[in-house]
Structures are given as structure tokens and as C-alpha cells.
Design a protein around this ligand. Structure first.
Ligand code: UDP
Length: 477
């Protein structure tokens, strides 16, 4: 089996206070016809970067709406993830032709992962290029497959695109963040445009008070009496951290007390991170007012929350971007943003939350403007928050995804539902959906008068961890 990612239970009802009763009911109505639908989400890392951030919230919330959703990740060594990062870069337009060996590496690791793909699902959602070959190597069966592309593939490098394109040919649907990201000769007919969103109730975005923010940042060694500018992002050349340092240096000439925090995460699937980290280290070594933090030194979701709240301005100087969740995260906290005009960033700023910039000089000028004019920064932060509230909160994303799932399933009944754990229709494992032959050794669990039988101890464990979800899906029908 592919490696499973554990997420805690959540309730969709908690969003009533944020989006209102009517919106919650509307989303429940979209979910109702899909109850019991088995969905597998596959990506390449359980932490670090926007995709894992999204899945961590989407999976438990879709479960709370009655869908049976699993999240699994592919695995691979550094060599594989160097190839997938080269593919990622090539899809975003970098000229990085793949060698013969790199292509073989991608295929071999994809093949290993495809062999580990188990279970009977109605829909498999594959995120980004890393696991994209799974479908053609595993085979489609009765399942509907969706390719969810989070990056800007609008003008991919020809060579990279021609390598990846055949693996996409049999997907039932593709999802992109913006219309401009759809490659011209995409071999998938059904396309949806769905922009990502942030979870206002996750530890990264939930309300925390000023005293807590001060305690967290003071603990990390920041001087809370002087202005702070922060960029939060993977250590990736496209996020231009060296450009941020250059802009900060220029801004500091006008605001001499300024300090900069670069908060970066190391994702499992991004070996380039360390190179960029070392470049940042050598560019900032001499400057005591530049602070560099990573998830490996304990800067997690709550700390990021504190940085985004306390910063006088959040900067995101991306030169190429997928969506850039960090923009909505900062705006939701009422913090003004200075950001590169790239990918989904302008969509989130929409002329309200701060300034879009194209150069280091531009970036420095706008930083200084907002550092000096706090009233303007406040106004921009407030209107940015309102824009995010209307367009980029998770319930809207869940509604879009439910509509897509409905469209992809059409009128066809789901291939397999959890309730088929009924001997009259053939015994199945309620967790993975596999047909079963019960023997004396079969793992079982007694729950509410029903004997649940499993194909393996690992499915039994998953059932015990999430009994309500699976038992509910079984008894609902
Ligand atoms: N992030 C984090 N810690 C870090 C750096 C980034 O938690 O040190 C999170 C950030 O808050 C955001 C996500 O990683 O939720 C990055 O998503 P985004 O869409 O901005 O960029 P991506 O990494 O997907 O290119």
C-alpha cells in the first residue's frame, strides 16, 4: 500500500460561524448525492508547500460531509525527487531537458508506486506531476481519475511537456488554478478551473491573540519593538528569496530599524531546498537583522500564523507561482502584502490587499511606502481580508470540488460503496473496498452489533482510528 497520511477528525458545522447557515446547507446539498463515494487523494509529500496544506484540511472536511476519503503519498529517493523537481521547473517554463536516465528514473519509481496502489476507489485525484504516471502504469479499472495541477503549465518547456503529456491522456478530468495555466494541447477533455483556498480554522489561520503572538516571536528571538517584514515560502528559486534580501537591504536604507524574517519549509519532494537555503545563509550571514527559520528548527503552523499576523508587511516576491496560498493567509490576518506579479497572486490581491511588483527596486519602494504609511497598510490589509473572505476560504473550494466530483461521476452509480459490506452483495473490506474471502485468520472488529471483516491488519487499524467515518458510511444506506 502507498504510505497513508493521518489527519484528525473535523466537522463542517464549525464553518457555520464563518460562512453562515445557508452556505453550509448548500454545500451539504451538493455532498448528499455523493455520500459514501470513495476518493483517494495522492500527492508526494505530507508537509511543506501548498498541496499538503490543502489536503490536510480538505480530507477531514470531505469526510465530515459523508465522503470516504483517503490521502496517500508516493515515495521515492532524492534522485527521483530531483527528476520530479526538474519536471516541475520544466512545466513552469525552465529550459531543463530531461536526460535518458532521468526519464528512466521517473518511470521506475512511478512503476514501484503504481504496484503499491491498492483499494477500490470511485475517484482517484492525482496532484501535480510527481504521481502523474500512476494511472497509465496502474491501469484505470472502473475508477474515474482526475489530474489536479497546482502549477503554472501555461507555457511549459516543450521537451518536459512532451515527456509528461502521454501519461495524462486517459485521465477523465483535469483541474487548474487559472485558465491561463491550461497547456494548449492538453490531452484531457474535461477541464475545471478551481482556485485553491485557505482554511480559516486551521492552526495556521485561526485567530490567536496578541500576547500569544508576542510570546511566540519573542521566543524565536525577534525584536518586537522594531518593524518586521516576512516572506513565508518553500526555499525555491521561483520564490526569489535572494531578491527579497536585496529589496530588504534597499528598504532598510529608508527604514534603518527594519528586520527581515525568511521562513521556509523543506518539503519531502523538494531536494532543491537545501541549495537555496545555503544561498540564503551566505547572503544573510553578515546581517544580524535577517532571521532565517525552517520547519526543521521548529517553526510550524502556529509560528507562521504569528509571523503573518505581526509583520508590518508580508512580502512574497515570487517570479513564477502556482497560486501562492501565503498571500491569502497573510491577507486573512489583515496584513498588507507586497508581492510579485505571478500566477495566482494578482487574483488574490485584486487591487486591494497591497502592491504587485516586478523588480527588486519596486519591491523596496512599496515596502517603504507601507512601512511609513501605517494607515494605508491597515486599509489595504482590511480590504484584502474581505476579498479573501469572499473568494478564497475553504468552503468555496469544497463546493467547487463537489460539483466537479458530481460531474465526473455523471449518473453512473459509484463502483463501490462502503455499504457493500453486506454479505448479500458480497463481502468487502469497508476501509479499502477490496472484495474479501473471510477465513479464521481474517482480522475483525465488533462494532455496534456488526462484525467488520478486513483484508489486512492495516485496514483494521485504519478502521479503529476512524470508526465513526467508516461505520457511518456503512449504516447510512
Ligand atoms: N509554509 C509553511 N512553513 C514554511 C513555508 C511555507 O507552513 O516555512 C506553508 C505556507 O504557509 C503555505 C504553503 O506552505 O501554506 C505554501 O503554499 P504556496 O501555495 O504559497 O506555495 P507552494 O509551496 O505550494 O509553491
Amino acid at each position: 500500500m502507498l504510505q497513508e497520511v493521518d489527519v484528525g477528525p473535523r466537522s463542517f458545522d464549525d464553518y457555520r460561524a464563518i460562512i453562515g447557515e445557508a452556505a453550509v446547507e448548500e454545500i451539504r446539498a451538493l455532498a448528499d448525492p455523493l455520500r459514501g463515494l470513495r476518493i483517494l487523494q495522492i500527492n508526494a509529500t505530507p508537509y511543506g508547500g501548498g498541496v499538503s496544506e490543502l489536503l490536510r484540511s480538505i480530507v477531514p472536511l470531505e469526510r465530515s460531509l459523508g465522503l470516504v476519503v483517503d490521502w496517500q503519498i508516493i515515495t521515492g529517493d532524492d534522485a527521483f525527487f530531483s527528476v520530479t523537481k526538474a519536471i516541475h521547473n520544466g512545466l513552469q517554463g525552465a529550459s531543463v531537458p530531461l536526460t535518458h536516465d532521468q526519464r528512466q528514473q521517473y518511470l521506475a519509481t512511478s512503476q514501484t508506486n503504481a504496484r503499491q496502489l491498492e483499494g477500490a476507489y470511485d475517484v482517484v485525484v492525482v496532484h501535480d506531476p510527481q504521481p502523474a504516471a500512476l494511472l497509465s502504469l496502474h491501469g484505470k479499472g472502473e475508477t474515474r481519475w482526475i489530474w489536479r495541477c497546482h502549477i503554472d503549465t501555461g507555457s511549459p518547456h516543450r521537451d518536459t511537456w512532451e515527456f509528461l503529456r502521454p501519461f495524462l491522456a486517459t485521465y477523465d478530468a483535469a483541474v487548474f488554478t487559472m485558465p491561463d495555466f491550461v497547456p494548449k494541447d492538453l490531452p484531457i477533455e474535461r477541464r475545471a478551473i478551481i482556485s485553491p483556498a485557505i482554511d480559516p480554522l486551521s492552526p495556521k489561520n485561526m485567530p490567536i491573540d496578541d500576547a500569544f503572538v508576542s510570546a511566540v516571536l519573542g521566543w524565536l528571538g525577534l525584536d518586537l519593538s522594531v518593524p518586521l517584514v516576512t516572506q513565508v515560502s518553500r526555499f525555491d528559486p521561483w520564490k526569489d528569496p535572494l531578491g527579497v534580501i536585496a529589496a530588504y537591504r534597499l528598504a532598510r536604507e529608508a527604514v534603518p530599524s527594519l528586520q527581515l524574517a525568511l521562513v521556509g519549509s523543506m518539503a519531502l519532494d523538494d531536494p532543491e531546498g537545501w541549495d537555496v537555503y545555503h544561498q540564503i545563509e551566505s547572503a544573510s550571514r553578515e546581517d544580524p537583522f535577517i532571521h532565517v527559520f525552517t520547519n526543521l528548527t521548529g517553526v510550524g503552523n502556529l509560528e507562521v500564523n504569528a509571523f503573518q499576523r505581526r509583520s508590518a508587511v508580508v512580502v512574497q516576491k515570487s517570479v513564477r507561482e502556482g497560486f501562492g496560498l501565503v498571500i491569502s493567509e497573510a491577507l486573512w490576518k489583515g496584513t498588507a502584502v507586497v508581492a510579485g506579479r505571478a500566477g495566482g497572486i494578482p487574483l488574490q490581491m485584486a487591487g486591494t490587499g497591497g502592491f504587485l511588483v516586478d523588480t527588486v527596486e519596486d519591491c523596496a519602494t512599496r515596502l517603504v511606502e507601507l512601512l511609513r504609511d501605517r494607515e494605508l497598510a491597515q486599509k489595504m490589509g482590511d480590504s484584502g481580508r474581505e476579498h479573501v473572505r469572499r473568494h478564497f476560504l475553504l468552503p468555496r473550494l469544497i463546493a467547487d470540488e463537489l460539483r466537479l466530483l458530481g460531474a465526473v461521476m455523471g449518473n453512473r452509480p459509484p463502483a463501490m460503496r462502503a455499504w457493500e459490506h453486506d454479505v448479500s452483495v458480497g463481502l468487502r473490506d469497508v476501509v479499502c473496498g477490496m472484495p474479501l474471502h473471510r477465513t479464521d485468520e481474517s482480522p475483525t472488529v465488533e462494532h455496534d452489533g456488526v462484525t467488520y471483516v478486513f483484508c489486512s491488519p492495516s485496514c483494521r487499524r485504519r478502521f479503529l482510528r476512524n470508526t465513526a467515518l467508516y461505520a457511518d458510511a456503512l449504516t447510512r444506506h
